[in-house]
Ligand binder design. Structure first.
Ligand SMILES: [Zn+2]
Length: 409
């Protein structure tokens, strides 16, 4: 028989068939399909047709017939949780937990997932008890971390501190926010009526100790140190110890000048109470020359007006604005100027028009500065008029710079 060139076409066809046979074992595939219960396909069908509740029922049925399908449940549960369908996620995980034949490892896994469902659904007390049940399992560490977050959001500082201590007994893991937990405790003691000096001292000593421990590896957080010093100053003030109060406040000016604006008012009051208002103003002016900030500018400008009158205050403001052009600074300046001429007789040398001009100018500027006159979280961008140690938006600690938005741009 002669060789025909068209025979060559069989060669690639045979190769292709061999390749297919190597990849598909059709008999195996058919066998697997037959072992899957009907409920599985029913469930899949419901899921694809956007009928998740009926799908859950069908899959629970599958689980009863075939205990090997726990992975399917976990996948389904996390899918629902990701989509924010918390009731369904909880139902899936609870149905898993209710199975008596569930192996211990799977039971722990389901319990952990369920705790996260509760947490995401905002059911904090149920999440708390679910995480607590994981204490002696392989999920002990992540459960403890979640518990710390829960106690923190409940402002239950003693339990948060306990949990951090337990965590650090298990692993060598830095938890820098523990300094703030102690500070929060001290703050509560100071806010109590009457204030609890002993509790405040104890909490602040613990805060210093924790900061020292945290700072062994790298430099301890500056903001936490500032906060401790601020609370110590407040405690000294309540105890009537002006000297100690001043020492703490001035330590902040020296070590963390960016926070000077936060304590300027209190420092000034401290000097005033000691009958040394002029010295206090001098300290703040020198501080401003060393490290300018808008919050400090406000305090110095206002105090200059009170102590020395309009001309020196304006001279200071003009110099400050020339060095650090700022709309907010100008806004504050005009506000002070307007409030001082309001109701009083019009300044003869300036004429009656000037007041109107000023107030027009101010309303123009003020419209723009409102946006800038805020502190902003570096992590989530949450903006607030007052300074926060913990962001109310993302619950991060020390995420606010002690500077107004305008100064950050
Ligand atoms: Zn934030």
């Amino acid at each position: 028989m002669d060789f025909e060139p068209w025979w060559l076409i069989f060669v690639p066809v045979l190769f292709a068939l061999g390749w297919l046979a190597a990849r598909f074992d059709f008999r195996q595939m058919l066998r697997e399909t037959r072992t899957l219960p009907d409920s599985y396909f029913k469930g899949l069908n419901f899921l694809l047709n956007e009928q998740p509740d009926r799908a859950i029922d069908a899959f629970v049925e599958v689980a009863k017939l075939d205990p090997e399908t726990t992975e399917l449940h976990f996948a389904l549960g996390s899918l629902f949780r990701r989509r924010g369908e918390m009731e369904r996620a909880i139902r899936v995980h609870q149905s898993l937990l209710s199975r008596s034949d569930l192996p211990e490892a799977e039971r722990e896994h389901a319990q952990h997932e369920l705790a996260h469902d509760f947490l995401k659904a905002g059911m904090l007390d149920r999440a708390e008890s679910a995480f607590e049940q994981l204490k002696d399992t392989r999920y002990a560490l992540p459960a403890l971390r979640s518990l710390i977050r829960i106690y923190e959001s409940e402002h239950d500082w003693p339990r948060a501190i306990e949990a951090v201590k337990t965590l650090q007994g298990l692993v060598d893991e830095p938890v820098p926010q523990i300094v703030h937990y102690y500070c929060e405790q001290a703050q509560m003691a100071l806010a109590a009526k009457p204030f609890d000096a002993d509790a405040a001292h104890t909490a602040l000593d613990a805060a210093d100790h924790a900061a020292k421990q945290a700072g062994q590896g790298e430099s301890a957080s500056k903001a936490a140190k500032v906060r401790t010093a601020m609370l110590r100053a407040r405690l000294a003030q309540l105890e009537g110890d002006l000297k100690r109060e001043r020492m703490y406040l001035e330590s902040i000016l020296a070590d963390a000048p960016e926070f000077a604006g936060q304590v300027a008012e209190q420092l000034l009051a401290n000097y005033r109470n000691a009958g040394q208002a002029a010295e206090g103003l001098d300290v703040l002016q020198k501080q401003y020359a060393r490290y300018a900030s808008l919050d400090l500018f406000n305090v110095v400008f206002r105090e200059l007006r009170v102590q020395q009158g309009a001309a020196p205050a304006w001279a200071f403001a003009r110099g400050a604005l020339r060095h650090h052009p700022s709309l907010l600074g100008l806004d504050r300046l005009l506000e002070a100027e307007l409030s001082s001429t309001d109701g009083s007789q019009q300044d003869q040398e300036q004429g009656p028009v000037r007041g109107a001009d000023l107030s027009l100018l101010r309303s123009l500027i003020h419209k723009h500065t409102q946006r800038l006159d805020r502190y902003a979280c570096r992590t989530c961008g949450f903006q607030a008029r007052r300074y926060y140690w913990q962001c109310p938006g993302c619950n991060g600690w020390e995420t606010y710079a002690p500077r107004r938005l305008e100064e950050l741009e």
